[in-house]
Structures are given as C-alpha cells and as structure tokens.
Design a protein around this ligand. Structure first.
Ligand code: TMP
Length: 215
C-alpha cells in the first residue's frame, strides 16, 4: 500500500498595529503548541537577517532613507525570498506561527501618505505568496498600544500613522479572520489564539490545501 502522506503544517499569522502584543502572543503560542507535541516554529517579517532584511532594518531605524514604493517592494521581496522555504516547511508538517505578513505590508505602506500608494498597488506584489490558514488579528485601540513600552522607537511608530494602519487592516479584513480583543490579560488572549490555531491545524490535518494571496 502507498503510505499516506503526512499532514501538512498550518500557516498561522498574527497581525495588528505596533505594540498590540503580537510578539508575546506568537512566542507563547509556539511554546504551547510544542508542549502539546505539535511541530511548530516562529517566523517573523520583516526577516531582518537576510541581505534585504538588513536594508529594511536600516530603513526602520532611520539610518537609511528610501522611496515609499521601493521600500514597499523590498518588504514584499523579503517575503518572496522566503516563500519556497515556507512552503517546504509546511509540506514537511511544520506549523508556522508568523508574526506579520502581507497584510502588514499593505496596511503600513498605504498609511504612510495621504493620499499615498493605494491598496490595489500595494497588494499587487503580494499576489501569489502563501495565504495563511488562519489570521489572528489582535485588535487594540492605538491609544492603548501607545502606552506600551518601546512605542516610538522605530520609523512607523506614531499615533496618526498607526490609526491609518488600523483603518486599512479593517478594510483588508476577511470574514475568515479571527478578531481577538488584545486588551485582555496575556493568558486570556493566549487561550483565544490557541483555540483558533488548533482549529486551523485540524483543518490542515483533514486535507485543507495551501492557497495563495489574493486569489
Ligand atoms: P516589527 O516591529 O514587527 O519588526 O515590524 C517592523 C515595522 O515594519 C512595523 O512598523 C511594521 C512595518 N512593516 C511594513 O511596513 N511592511 C511589512 O511588510 C512588514 C512585514 C512590516
């Protein structure tokens, strides 16, 4: 008999405005999945370790200036350079918990200038990248995020820009996303994230196919 192919891993994405708790929650989710015996890894975008990632890092820390369109394409290219590796890991049964992806890419660039680069222009280079199996959107008013440590250290961390980012996330939101109120306790938010992740992992075990953005 032909051995049954092992189940693929799930692509679980965290999105939200800066300082809403994505890093804490994505780290915690990977720990709890691993403890439950799930093969899981934490990935994040921008991936600042690659050559492109280093340029993005310099840009975010304001030591490098770049045209808005050019930096948008660089953020996107930073996802494309990792696309095959992501697909391979998922195919090998690894569940990827990802801190930001294309939705941040679009929401942030479109929020930079008014009027700026429009949503359709921003989405175009993302088409064909992997579509997450679940989006856990941590929703938090910008005023609350601003009071958290570290806000204001990097280029995009101003209240006005983050308000526009939040508006764009609302436009990009699809009905299959899980919207989580991020103002709860860490444990509260975690249990909601874990439930949504379990559901996505189960769907992948049952054969849900990997899809592409924005088909
Ligand atoms: P980080 O704080 O999650 O490392 O993200 C760094 C900043 O980069 C954050 O302000 C969001 C922004 N960003 C984009 O502008 N485009 C993108 O494609 C991504 C992934 C992040």
């Amino acid at each position: 008999a032909v051995p049954k192919a092992a189940a693929r891993g799930a692509f679980i994405l965290f999105e939200g405005v800066d300082r809403c708790g994505k890093t804490t929650q994505s780290t915690k989710l990977v720990e709890s999945l691993k403890a439950a015996g799930v093969n899981a890894e934490l990935w994040r975008y921008p991936d600042r370790t690659t050559e492109m990632g280093k340029m993005i890092n310099a840009y975010l820390q304001s030591s490098l200036d770049m045209d808005d369109g050019a930096i948008h394409l660089l953020f996107s290219a930073n996802r494309w350079e990792k696309r095959a590796a992501m697909e391979k890991a998922l195919g090998d049964g690894v569940t990827l918990v990802v801190d930001r992806y294309s939705y941040s890419g679009v929401a942030f660039t479109a929020a930079k200038e008014v009027p700026g680069l429009d949503l359709e222009w921003c989405k175009a280079p993302e088409r064909g990248l992997l579509r997450p199996d679940a989006v856990l959107y941590l929703d938090m008013p910008v005023d609350a995020a601003k009071t958290r440590g570290g806000f204001g250290e990097e280029r995009y961390e101003t209240g006005e820009l983050q308000e526009r980012v939040r508006t764009h996330f609302r436009v990009l939101r699809e009905d299959w996303w899980t919207i989580i109120d991020a103002s709860g306790t860490i444990d509260d938010v975690h249990s909601k994230c874990a439930a949504a992740a379990d559901e996505a992992i189960q769907r992948c075990r049952e054969g849900a196919e990997l899809a592409r953005l924005w088909d």
